[in-house]
Write a protein that binds this ligand. Sequence first.
Ligand SMILES: [Zn+2]
Length: 640
Amino acid sequence: MSNKDRQFRPVAVPDVRVGGFWGKWQDAVCNATAEILLDRCVEAGMLQALDVRRPNPGIVIPIQPWGGTTQMFWDSDLAKSIETIAYSLYRKPNPQLEARADDIIDMYERLQDKDGYVNSWFQRVQPDRRWTNLRDHHELYCAGHLIEAAVAYFQATGKRKLLDVMCRFADYMIGKFGHGEGQIAGYCGHQEIELALVKLARVTGEKKYLELSKFFIDERGQEPHFFTEEAIRDGRSPKDYIQKTYEYSQSHEPVRRQKKVVGHAVRAMYMYSGMADLATEYKDDTLTTALETLWDDLTTKQMYVTGGIGPSAKNEGFTDYYDLPNDTAYAETCASVALVFWASRMLGRGPNRRFADIMEQALYNGALTGLSLTGKTFFYDNPLESTGKHHRWKWHNCPCCPPNIARLVASVGAYMYGVAADEIAVHLYGESTARLELGGSNVTLRQVTNYPWDGKVSIRLELKEPRQFALSLRIPQWAEGASLSVNGGRIDLGAVMLDGYARIEREWTDGAEVSLDLPLTLRPQYANPKVRQDAGRVALMRGPLVYCAEEVDNGGDLSAIVVPEHLPETKTSIMRDLEDAVAVELPVEREDTQNWGEALYRSKPASRHEAKLRLVPYHLWDNRAPGEMLVWLQAEKRGA
Ligand SMILES: [Zn+2]
């Protein structure tokens, strides 16, 4: 069987109900984040900017050196908040919050022009600047987020109003973009519309939206360069570009020729997500081949162990290979969220743990750290070590991250499963019930587990009539010694593995039980010696979770902790003040700071004493007393 002949499309968010670990996080979003997002958008003045019945507030956030203002993408902040609310309403009805979302949707309907155009900035603040600077002004980016919100709101509530508004806008775009007379042969400087149009095509069944997405992807980076010609047309110098290079927006060459992951991290991930969707829909091997090259480039040379990406604040993106500074890591929450998006879409042409393992790593570490346990505060950048001065924000001048991590958490069930014509894949483990449709019949999967704290997973299948299909279960690469049984009978994993998934094809009957045991032992991770910032250091993982040391558990001077090469026996404990997270304790040595003396330098290394190290999951750091944090600990020298 050729793996790539299959087409896996994401399941709708309302089809999966999660409990356990993710249930608690979703409750935090339902009970706090969803409303907070909306409140803070309102405080920022976004509704006043949108509502045609109120005077237009004009430019609230001044134009910045790059030629625009973050106010230009307020529609995207509102859209991601509505998307989060949509998912939260499915989990927990909230008539008040739903009414507020309905009000905003009414405002968009009133705002929309007769021709279908809708954008609060370019209709109310700078109407004469519409479609004049696609490179910088995020016009299609905002449209993309509104489309995603529309699809989510329709799926969660059955209400079509925003979906209809955005279909009208997309229909307008189909006329506006192309190579014909009077059309724009261009694309957006911040990718997002591409993946959104695929969502719109899938929910409406309209292939025309796929075609427009494909147009944007195919045009990108072609010569003569659209952004250069656009700038000249608009009376701007193409060289007067604050980012200096089209690599920033991955438009430096046609997408199928790109081999290196460059530029702004979120732009890159959103683009690859759209490309992967199109690769699935069109079975386009040229896109898949390009994406696989880019995937390896990112994950073998440019990704933090947390799944954080984009080390530099300067371009919010990539620098050089193996450049992964820990204390100044930008690693924007949005970028890890977007890596989850990309990874999940790489599973569209068939399950493969090469992608799913990284999806899980980015989800549990680089992305989830962006949200506090209460759901009320947020990280924008995500360093892997801190002297104690990095803390969660209430809000941000560019509030892209809070609604991005919130919508991911609130929709995480959809990332757990994939469905093709005669196959169900379980990509992620977690307490959940999935009601899936497989070629016209219903199959329910009930996953019972305390994952990721415990590696035992049991899945019960419910179906009306016996049915032949394949169930593919990811066996993570780290899960050495994993075991699997079906209805009590042990399965020889070696005989059923395909691309890192145990693929069990048989006639499944109602009540079938699958049991999986993924051993969770603390394991060391060493970085490629080319990563200078991690030389002589070790990070520790347990299952999909990266662990870190915090001052609140271990005192200060965390860099004095020395982890032995052969990990001693570890102890786990339940952290009541961290929502029952599992902490890991192990004996280590610690360099003495007390008896070092006054000197800054001396010829003798520090003496050591025995100590106990407590590690907690990285995603939970800075939820208790503030202080130092360290992921990459000093590693014992070999043979010492
Ligand atoms: Zn962000």
